[in-house]
Every structure is written in C-alpha cells, then in structure tokens.
Design a protein. Structure first.
Length: 169
C-alpha cells in the first residue's frame, strides 16, 4: 500500500487528507493519505525520515514550500526557478521536488474558461509566498504582458519579482 501525507504549519485546517482519502477509496487505490504539522526549521530532517517510515512522498503547504525546496536533492525546472516545492517524492534514496500548483491552476483555467488568456493581459497575484511562486511561472510562460503582486511585505514581493526575472521563460 502506498502511503503519502500532507505537511504544513499549521496543518489542522487542511482539507487535503479528506479529499485524497476520498479519491483513493473512490477509485479503489490501496493507499493512505495522512497529515502532520511540521515547523519550517524541521522540514529537511522530517523529509529525510519519510522513506524509512514507509512513505512514498508528501504534499507541502504553508509555510514549508521554500524549506522543502532547500531539502530536495533533485527538482524539476519549475521549483528550481522560484525555490519552492509543493510535491515531494523519493527515488533511489533521493528527495525529489516539483511545484504543480501553478500548472494545475492554469490547466483549470484552460478547461473552465477557454480563451481567458486573450481576455486578461494583466494579472494580480495576492501574496508572494510559495503558492504565488508556484503560480507565477506558469502564468509567465503564457506570455502575459503584466503580472503584479500584492503582499503584506513589500520586500518579499520585490524578491519574488527579482527571482522571476532570473528564471523567467
């Protein structure tokens, strides 16, 4: 049986264990999806412990996406550009990371609102954390003319904008 879980700090409010457990049961997949609260400073050690505990991987939420990226030994290009990982899995003793937030969000827009790109050349992202980092790159890959950020910390928003310029497609 495959085991996975979600981690964050806090994580008690997260609905992902309920959702993933439902779909595992619905499709008859032998699996288990749990939850654990992990402070950002403990993410690297925690992730290293998961294979020995029988976990195939995990999903990461606030405020741990950037710490998870730093703990990865390998990543796909998406998280490398913005230093945030949401999806973690293990291969041959290595910690792999990806950021699937933005790709999934943009795919949903494509499916539900065909033509949204032509109608919206300006986009405002609220926040500048791991979620915004994951969403920004797929939006920029669509060649939007303007992507703006609104965040409580202007320093964090400026850092995200600078990181995007370094890794922009």
């Amino acid at each position: 049986m495959k085991r996975a879980l979600g981690i964050g700090f806090p994580f008690s409010q997260a609905r992902s264990p309920l959702l993933h457990s439902f779909w595992l049961k619905e499709y008859g997949i032998a699996g288990e999806y749990g939850r654990e609260e992990v402070p950002p400073e403990d993410v690297a050690t925690f992730l290293q412990s998961l294979p020995a505990r029988g976990f195939a991987g995990c999903n990461v939420t606030i405020p741990n996406k950037e710490a998870a990226f730093r703990a990865c030994t390998h990543t796909t290009p998406r998280p490398s550009a913005l230093e945030a990982s949401y999806t973690i899995w293990f291969e041959n003793g290595e910690i792999w990371g990806d950021n699937t937030d933005g790709a999934g969000f943009v795919a949903h827009l494509d499916a539900v609102h065909p033509g949204w790109e032509q109608a919206n050349s300006r986009i405002l992202l609220l926040g500048a954390g791991g979620g915004a980092r994951g969403l920004a790159m797929p939006l920029l890959e669509r060649k939007h003319r303007r992507l703006a950020f609104c965040n409580r910390s202007s320093d964090r928003a400026r850092k995200l904008a600078a990181d995007l310029k370094k890794g922009a497609p």
